[in-house]
Design a protein around this ligand. Structure first.
Ligand code: ADP
Length: 440
């Protein structure tokens, strides 16, 4: 049975006492009490110092402890220290194993992974994919400033955003411009950042193939549809009245197909465009034109109101903004029953300006709102078709607004109506100067 530390201490004290008693006896026999007592005290102290020295030498030499056999205090202390030493050693081995496994996993990741020192913004570590995707070389690029290695990408400005830095989407690789990358910055500790670059070249290529396919198909369909529609318009069914409903339906459907093709071509054109012109968009003129179009579409079935409480104009593409807002007004007219009101309000807000189209129409239930700007997504297919919709109007709106860094907010209540608000930031509004208004 293992001896408890209490028993160990009791035995050690008993041994010490026995030594002193023996020393006293010897002192009494030789007639000099202090001499044996002093010799015993010095021997005990020397022995303890020697054990301490031995332990310290073993510990500082990082050697595995070699505990003496025996049942005293020192063998027990050495045994306990040896157990601790073995625990630490095993834990270290386990951690090293884990670290090696993580490093191996990170090294073979298909994404480029770079560990960056946050203060110096220098590269601490990178995996193999960095050599292919970013052109890094080991050991040449270790400890180099990351902004310099990734030139001409605007990495310094990007990293200044820290944890709020938006991912860099579809950026050309500094090593090979044919490689398209998505870069993300992940601050994972006080001192370290992780930069992850993913190769999206294949994805972008497929996306391009899809875009080209839609654009080509739409383009190829345009001419035959125009011809069919033209002949249908020419066809006179006065002599054969029973054919009349069929021809009316054929005209309607060919018109619908032509409109779908036109909308698809508009979307393809917007997708292919990298930038839009930065014109000054005169709002009084635009609102006036929109009102005229709304009136023509409604044909007196709705009340159309324009409110303009800003002294602001917009900056962007007049043609595309006109098309986007006109889509919203066309929807408001088509999805509001006769007698309803449609208001187009242009108001300032703390960040820029808001253009909102309010209607008192059918409304949209909340589960449809997140998907409503997707291509061909309709709340009610029959209602959309009846009203001449293609299912592409809001997709066009979303694209145009994204190119103006504007935000679309939709609030709606079934049976009460909807509000489609476009939020323009300060960079896209400008004061409406008197001189400009005169010119408009
Ligand atoms: P569509 O050509 O079918 O109108 P959109 O992309 O313009 O296609 O709109 C998508 C769907 O959103 C429509 O089918 C319609 O159900 C719904 N919607 C759009 N605007 C309104 C509105 N003002 N009121 C009610 N529903 C709307």
């Amino acid at each position: 049975m293992a001896t408890s530390s209490r028993q160990l201490w009791q035995r050690a004290i008993a041994q010490l006492l026995a030594l002193y008693v023996a020393a006293l006896l010897v002192g009494w026999v030789i007639g000099q009490t202090w001499l044996p007592l002093a010799i015993v005290s010095m021997a005990v102290a020397a022995w303890h110092y020697w054990r301490l020295w031995r332990l310290q030498t073993q510990l500082t030499g990082h050697r595995r402890l070699n505990p003496a056999r025996g049942r005293g205090i020192w063998p027990r202390v050495e045994l306990l220290l040896l157990k601790r030493q073995d625990d630490v050693h095993n834990r270290k081995r386990r951690l090293l194993g884990m670290l090696r496994a993580y490093r191996t996993a990170a090294a073979v990741l298909p994404d480029a992974v770079v560990i960056i020192d946050r203060n110096s913004q220098r590269v601490l570590w990178f995996n193999e994919a960095c050599e292919i995707l970013l052109g890094f070389r080991f050991p040449r690029d270790k400890d180099q400033p990351v902004a310099q290695l990734l030139k001409p990408l605007p990495v310094s400005v990007w990293m200044a955003g820290g944890q709020h830095a938006e991912p860099m989407v579809d950026a050309p690789s500094p090593h090979d411009p044919n490689i398209r990358l998505n870069l993300r910055l992940i601050p994972y500790s006080e001192q370290h950042w992780l930069l992850v670059a993913r190769d999206i070249s294949k994805l972008m290529h497929l996306e391009q193939v899809r875009r080209d396919f839609v654009a080509n198909v739409s383009h190829e369909l345009r001419t035959p549809l125009t011809v069919i529609h033209g002949y249908l318009e020419l066809f006179d069914t006065d002599d054969i009245p029973e054919w009349s409903p069929m021809f009316d339906e054929m005209r309607l459907q060919s018109q619908r197909m032509a409109q779908i093709v036109e909308d698809l071509l508009t979307l393809s054109r917007l997708e292919a465009q990298e930038r839009l012109p930065e014109e000054s968009v005169s709002m009084p003129a635009l609102l006036h034109a929109l009102r005229r179009e709304g009136d023509a579409l409604s044909q007196g079935r709705h009340t159309i109101v324009i409110e303009d409480t800003t002294r602001l104009d917009l900056t962007g593409s007049t043609k595309e903004l006109h098309s986007a807002i006109s889509n919203l007004i066309s929807n408001a007219v088509r999805y509001t029953p006769t007698g309803g009101t449609i208001s187009i309000r242009f108001t300032p807000d703390c960040e820029g300006a808001v253009l909102a189209v309010h209607d008192t129409g059918y409304g949209i239930s909340p589960q449809h709102l997140p998907r409503i700007t997707e291509r061909f997504y309709r709340v009610s297919t029959s209602r959309s078709r009846e009203s001449g919709g293609t299912g592409l109007g809001l997709s066009i709106v979303k694209h145009v607004l994204a190119m103006h860094q504007a935000q679309l907010d939709i609030t709606s209540e079934v049976g009460k109506g909807s509000v489609f608000s476009i939020h323009f930031d300060a960079a896209h509004v400008r004061p409406r100067v008197a001189q400009q208004m005169d010119r408009d």
